[in-house]
Design a protein around this ligand. Structure first.
Ligand code: HEC
Length: 133
């Protein structure tokens, strides 16, 4: 009987682990990195803020350069002209379902756009903005 109870408990634990939401995981991770408050409004401003980096040859870059400033609509890659599906979670449920993907693209796109990686605070604000659109 005890064995059976343990088995069921383990099964339940395992299920919660499997169902762990990648978005929650990202916010846990930001919290561990010292983020205490998250502000989607700041995220929205950062999304359209123009940056000129060492590598951009005077060209202004922003997240909106590829994703567009209206995240409920598709974007277009500024270099390849490929369509990029909407970033708003309400429109595109396939968004933010894989922490590896989220981390990879934050890293790559922040480097390209800002000329550096985004801080945990910046990422948290942006992600909050995107998931509430
Ligand atoms: C040069 C074009 C470009 C720019 C500029 C850009 N992105 Fe992206 N981004 C992409 C592409 C391409 C993908 C991968 C394809 C996809 O997910 O549709 C992507 C994917 C992402 C993802 C992954 C989303 C998911 O589904 O998990 C995040 C997060 C992201 N971008 C954030 C940003 C942020 C933040 C900025 C501004 C700092 C930014 N991007 C600027 C091209 C760009």
């Amino acid at each position: 009987m005890i064995k059976r109870k343990m088995f069921i408990t383990l099964l339940a634990l395992n299920c919660t682990w499997l169902m762990a939401n990648p978005i929650d995981e990202m916010f846990d991770y930001y919290q561990q990195a010292g983020v205490t408050t998250v502000d989607s409004q700041k995220g929205r401003l950062l999304w359209t803020q123009a940056f000129i980096t060492e590598k951009s040859n005077g060209e202004e870059r922003s997240c909106a350069s590829c994703h567009g400033s209206n995240v409920t609509q598709s974007g277009e890659h500024v270099r390849t002209s490929k369509v990029i599906e909407p970033m708003a979670k309400s429109i595109n449920t396939k968004r933010y379902t894989d922490t590896k993907k989220i981390k990879k693209w934050f890293k790559r796109n922040c480097k390209w756009t800002l000329g550096r990686e985004c801080s945990a605070q910046e990422q948290a604000d942006i992600l909050k903005y995107l998931i509430t659109q």
